[in-house]
Design a protein around this ligand. Structure first.
Ligand SMILES: [Zn+2]
Length: 119
């Protein structure tokens, strides 16, 4: 329960604070851009079951794969377009939040760890 609250707080609310830090005068716009990066979770639709709280997303779904994360990083570090940089930051932060969730789950679910890419 606490884990779920923290997870969605980070995904939806905390990024508002990041947006504020990035650009105080346009933080609502930046927040919306960061929120839009939640669409990467659409890759869950290609998995069975679509949602499994015990499953670690990182390394499982294709938009949460190592290759995807490398691509987001490249855009983040090398793009000169501000919007692209914000989007890639949103994606990287999303991966970090999901990763945190994986480790939290592993702390009480050993088989979840064994079924993940980290094993
Ligand atoms: Zn995700």
């Amino acid at each position: 329960m606490l884990q779920t609250v923290v997870h969605y707080f980070l995904h939806f609310i905390f990024i508002g604070a990041i947006a504020f830090l990035l650009d105080k005068s346009n933080w609502k716009k930046v927040w919306l851009i960061l929120l839009s990066t939640m669409v990467v979770d659409l890759d869950h639709l290609f998995s069975q079951p679509i949602f499994d709280a015990q499953r670690c997303s990182i390394g499982f779904h294709f938009l949460h794969s190592e290759i995807a994360i490398i691509i987001y990083s490249l855009f983040f570090f090398f793009s000169k377009n501000k919007t692209v940089t914000i989007i890639s930051l949103g994606l990287l932060f999303h991966m970090l939040v999901d990763l945190l969730d994986c480790f939290w789950t592993f702390s009480y679910c050993n088989s979840c760890f064994q079924n993940s890419i980290f094993y």
